[in-house]
Design a protein around this ligand. Structure first.
Ligand code: PHE
Length: 359
């Protein structure tokens, strides 16, 4: 049965005594912001898809329409969340009735997809947690889950044990993804705990003078694979918080803006991208990148993001950098011509202030 039917059913049982879903949250069901191609969350989802399509052609099945109303079993039991875990409480999770919840993570679909024979998949959706609201927290947000399964052949060839092989492949995959999204950003791995993975890690990136957690991941607990009929396999799983990434990528000041229907917000996406390449000298340092950012800040229209997308040194020892600048308008979608004018001004100033040779 389709998502709409299940949501309609949930509407009927709204008066169940265990139901703790306020109208404002219930109204978010079925909105599927991540399926709108012009929305920052949809743009981000597609950018992540691009990464997987390029690096793992035809490998990952994609799901972005699985119903957010799931059983307690799917949301907790099947991913080994202990019976007494706080996340199961009415205080933390939205219950439709005593056996049914609004999924609090996309991991709710892991076991089912594995059972159905999928070995590589990306699963994106809206998730719900009873949480306080501020500029970085909202009780509805979006996650993308990724799972990859390996067969004995995969790790036997590598000469390492199954778990190390999966952990290494996972880290490599996610570092590449972070690079794809953020360019030359600083990152670090932190050990953590999840009931469904072991070992478990978090990836943090350095942003605005602090370390920010962007994803959780790990090597799937063998018990989950066993119950899915995959005793001989190992797997990795990760989960990205889409809002967190989009806030950084698109410089969005408040998480509540994702729900805005105001055209002054929605018309800013997708931004307009322009690339600029130049030969740098020894005097070019990290400080020069700051100068570039400061310069863009003085422009009449605010840019979104500058990212180093290419860095190479030729045979003569000359080093070239290519920066991608994302422009957006606060008023309306940007006209390409307008941006071109602006980009020429930027180039001129970059040449003068950063003392580089434009290509
Ligand atoms: N489901 C976890 C969460 O929402 C994230 C996660 C998914 C961690 C998959 C590891 C592997 O916090």
């Amino acid at each position: 049965i389709g998502t709409k039917v299940i949501i309609a059913y949930a509407e009927i049982v709204r008066d169940d005594p265990t139901n703790n879903i306020p109208d404002t949250i219930f109204a978010k069901l079925g909105m599927q912001l991540h399926r709108r191609n012009q929305h920052p969350l949809g743009i981000l989802k597609n950018a992540i898809y691009d990464y997987f399509d390029t690096n793992y052609p035809d490998k990952f099945d994609k799901f972005d329409d699985l119903c957010p109303i799931v059983s307690v079993r799917q949301n907790f039991d099947e991913v080994l969340v202990p019976a007494d875990h706080v996340s199961r409480s009415y205080n933390d999770t939205y219950y439709v009735d005593s056996q049914t919840v609004l999924r609090c993570h996309t991991s709710a679909h892991q076991a089912e997809l594995l059972r159905n024979g999928y070995t590589h998949f990306l699963d994106t959706g809206d998730v719900y947690r009873r949480d306080s609201i501020d500029s970085t927290h909202y009780p509805v947000f979006h996650q993308m889950e990724g799972v990859g399964v390996f067969a004995p052949n995969d790790w036997e060839a590598s000469g390492t044990d199954a778990t190390s092989h999966a952990a290494e492949a996972l880290k490599k995959c996610l570092e590449g993804l972070a690079q794809h999204l953020f360019g030359g950003v600083e990152m670090r791995w932190v050990d953590t705990y999840f009931p469904f993975t072991s070992p478990s890690f978090e990836l943090e990136i350095y942003f605005q003078d602090q370390w920010m957690e962007v994803l959780g991941c790990g090597v799937t607990e063998q018990e989950i694979l066993k119950r899915s009929g995959r005793t001989d396999n190992v797997a990795w799983a990760f989960c990205l918080g889409l809002e967190r990434l989009a806030i950084v990528l698109f410089d969005i000041p408040d998480i509540r803006l994702f729900w805005s229907t105001d055209e002054r917000f929605t018309s800013q996406y997708p931004p307009c991208y322009k690339d600029m390449s130049f030969w740098i000298r020894d005097s070019f340092t990290e400080n020069s990148v700051k100068l570039l950012e400061e310069l863009l800040e003085t422009l009449p229209r605010r840019y979104v993001h500058v990212k180093l997308i290419d860095n190479f040194t030729n045979k003569k020892g000359m080093t070239s950098h290519c920066y991608r600048i994302a422009y957006r308008s606060m008023e309306r979608s940007l006209m390409d011509e307008e941006i071109n004018d602006l980009q020429w001004k930027v180039r001129e100033q970059v040449e003068n202030k950063l003392k580089v040779v434009l290509r």
